[in-house]
Structure formats: structure tokens, C-alpha cells
Design a protein. Sequence first.
Length: 579
Amino acid sequence: MTTGGLVAADLVIAVLAAAGWLGAGAASAARRRPLALGLAAFALLATLARAITITALAHAGWWFAAEKILIAAPLSLAAVVVAGPRLLRAPGDIRSVAVPLLFAGYAESSALLVTVLHGYPASAAVGLLAVAGVVAATAVSWRVLGRRPSRRVSRAALVLAVAALVAGTGLAAAPGATPGVPHDHDYRDASTVGEPTRRFTLTAGTATVNVSGRDVSAWAFNGQVPGPELTATVGDVIEVTLRNRDIARGVTLHWHGYDVPNSQDGVPGVTQAAVLPGQEFVYRFRADQAGTYWYHTHAVSDVGVRMGLYGVLVVLPAPVTGVDVTVAVHTLAGLPLPMPRAEPVKATVPVRLRLINTDSTTHRYALAGTAFRVAAIDGFDLRSPAPLVDTAVLIPAGGRYDLVFTTPATPVALFVDGRVVYSTGPVSTATGAWPVLDPLTYGARSPVPWSRFDTQFTLVLDRGLDLHGLLPRYAHTVNGKADPDIPPQVVRLGDIVKFTIVNRSLVVHPWHLHGHHVLVLSRNGRPATGSPLWLDSFDVRPGDVWEVAFPADNPGMWANHCHNLAHADAGMMLHLMYS
Ligand code: C2O
Ligand code: CU
């Protein structure tokens, strides 16, 4: 079982155990003896089963096993110790065990609440608050069920609850964190990059577009979704004039994966102000890196990109020979956008398929009918990629894979999530069972260019309660905090920076750092053994631990966020800044 699977199993068992104990407590209070005994036996088994999942998680090297061992395990143990023997004594009056059973239920539930609501990092404060909650709830049950505890017991419970509550809140309120992200920096350099050789104008506006026969309302560049494909050749100077016709919440252009100077990065509130209706902004940068990229608005990006404010950016190393097609997968109003129709091509023509995932979740791509190589990922060429047959690739949100092949005499088809999106003729192949390429073991290795890291950061991706706004919200968090409360990562120009990114949650987080590509060092403790992988978008799955590094060579203030844009919007966004 994967670590992610274990985490999920442990959570399900914890819910069952808590429900079982609480149900048993309620049943015994109602004098439903068989039901109470049945539920209690079930809860006991579930609680014991957690010992197995918690041990397995610790064994798998799960980063957060300590939290389960320090909070969930003692509370579960207390549950078993208090409720177990009383049950075994087979009480004549089942009602007499109601409070111990409820206590067990409260203990399991509060451990669960700590896991779900609080998240990382677990602290003594949280443990004490959990204990206070359990004691208080037990005391209330005692009163309500009319079984008077002795004076000594109730006084002890009161003292314990108050002490735990006071200590817990004291520790939680202790000063220590939440420096805000300074947003007042201005790295704008007016330096010209030369005379533009490729000029484009993109006008953002509301539009109605037709998707497979249905009219849907969209936000579009130049009236089309996706926006116009921008192409250039290495060495060109690209100049794009962005105009906003009527997108009330503003637009910008972010060049996803293109490591432009900071002032051109298109992040509202950080590198520029959002372009409001009637306004314009001119972007200019040199196309010095060939490859497949895309652009999209970064103003209310969750809504904006989903509604259609995106397009393709391709920088060619030299004039193209053969067929060069871009397949930018996108879902608009719940409908997959149709792809370019493929021309039937003669045999032995070289083809480059540039696959882009512009959605917020992973897609599975399968190329049937030919052997192929993955020539590049996220715009960077791979070293000696071997030919692949009947192998699928998973592309994270925002990511790009370039597949190359020579046309065979028979048809070729590209499947996305099992659906044909591009084909040169009829192909009927079931691709669902194909193995998935692991890019960390693909292509020829070359040594990591650095032996030391000047700065290291750990990012724990999670969910948790964010209490810093006007209203509490259930946020996607990094190190227990949500944007804008996540402290910025400060680096110096020239540093070699290492990130350790750990996913404690139950969902995938496609990670994306602006302005830099990161070199993958390892995943889940196993070093990358394939071609050097310089990525700008990579899926950190539940339970995953990724180590990546990069040279800090592009000064400025850079967004660093989850590219499931709804997650970014719900807090999973921080900033990397140069001192
Ligand atoms: Cu494509 Cu900040 O994102
Ligand atoms: Cu995410």
C-alpha cells in the first residue's frame, strides 16, 4: 500500500472507531445492551487496528507519524484502558458503562479533530487542548447521565480540564510566528531587452464560445479559447500588449514555465497591478529558452484560467521540419475542449506532439500506434530518452511533455484519460492498463551539479483551520499557515537552494515555482536516476516527499504555489524573495 493509501486507511479506521465508541456509549445510556456491546466490540477492534496503521505509517517513514504516536495513540490507549475492563466485567446494568464508553468516543474524536482541523505542526498546546476537550465532554456526560462522580473525581476532572485548557491556550497564543509577506517591494527594472521582433496583442474579454455544439460563456483572449498560439524562435524579443476590454476583476499575463525577469512575471500585487477594464500593459522579454510553455492570467487565476484566459507559447530552436502540433488540454464549463484535427500524414515524417495540461488536476496521456520518446519535459530537453511503447504519461496541472516519433504507415492516436483527442486515422486500442512512465528513472543520468546547499526550506502541504482572517476558513496550508500568513522564503542571489516538499494531505498538490526551474534530487527517499529533470510543475501526491534544488539566479519576488488554482486561492501560495 502506498503511504497515501495508508494515511487514508488510518483516517477511515479512526472515524469508524470514534463512531463506534460514541454509538456504544449512546446505546448503553439507552439501556440497549446487545447493541451497546456489539458497537463497543467493533470500536475496540477498530482502535486496535489503528495500532497497525500507525505502526505501518511510522515504518514507511511517513513524516507525521510522530503526531499520531504522540496524540492519537495515547488517546486511543486511554480509550481502551478505560472502556475495555469495564466492558469485560460484563456489568449487570449496562448503563453503568455509558460514561467510560463515551469517554473513549471523545478521546478518539478529539484525536481525529486534531488530525483534520489542526494539521501540522502538532504541538504540546494542541495536545493539551485536545485533552481539555475530552475531560470537559466526559464531565458533562457524567452530569447528564445522572451518575454522580465522587467529589474527589469531579474536582480532579475540573482541575485537569482547566489546567489543560489554560496551558493549551497559553502555548497556542505564545508569540512566535505570522510575519506577513511584504508586498511593497518593487524590483521593476526598466532595462530594455532589445528591439521587439515578435509583436502580439491580446485583448481579454467576456465571450460566448461554442464547445461541441453547446454555447458556453467564457473569458477569452481575442475572442477565442484558448487564446492565440504565440510562437517565436530562440533569440527573438517577444512583445505582448495586454488589453482588458471588460473583465471586471482584472487580468495579467503570467508566462508559465518561462523564466522571465521578475517585472514581466504577471503576478498582480507582487510584480504589477492587475490590468483593469480599459487599461493595458506591455510585456517584453527575450526568448532565450526553446520549448513548450503557456501563458495565463494570474488575476483571480482560479476563475480566470478555468474560464479560458490562457494560451500556448512555443519557442522553437530553429525552423521546424516535419509536423509540430500543440495539444493543450483544457476543460471549459465541464466540457473537454476539442483539439486540432490531425491531417493524415505520410509515413516516416518526424512529429513533435507538445502536450500541455492547462487544467487544475492531473491528466493521463497515452499515445497509441507508434513507439515514441519523451524529448522534453517542462521545456527542458531530456538526455538520451529511450523509445517507449504502450506507456502512458501523467502530466501534472501546468506541466508539459513533448513526445516525438516518426509516423508509421498505420494510424496513430493520442488518448487523454481514455478519450481520443488527436488521431491520424482509426485506432482501437485499450490504453487504460498501460504502465505509467516514471520520469525520475527515464533517460541518461548525469551527476547533480552541486555538493552543498546554501539555503534549505521544508514545505509541508496540508489542510487546516486558518483563523487569521475575519472568518475562520478551512484552508490549504503550507507549514500550518495559509496565504498571506506564510512567511516568505528569503534567498541571496547565487545561493543553491533546496526545497523538501512533503504532502500530509489526502489530495495531489501540483507544485509550481515562478521564475526558476528546479532540479529533482529525490522522491520518497529514492534519488532520481534518470535524465536530469528540470521542472516547473510536479505532482506531490499524498504521502510524497520531494527534494528539489535550484540556483537562485533570477532576482525578484516570486510566487511559489500549488497549481491546483483553487488550492492556491484557498491559501496554498507563498513567495520566494531575494534579500
Ligand atoms: Cu501557471 Cu502562478 O502559475
Ligand atoms: Cu494543491
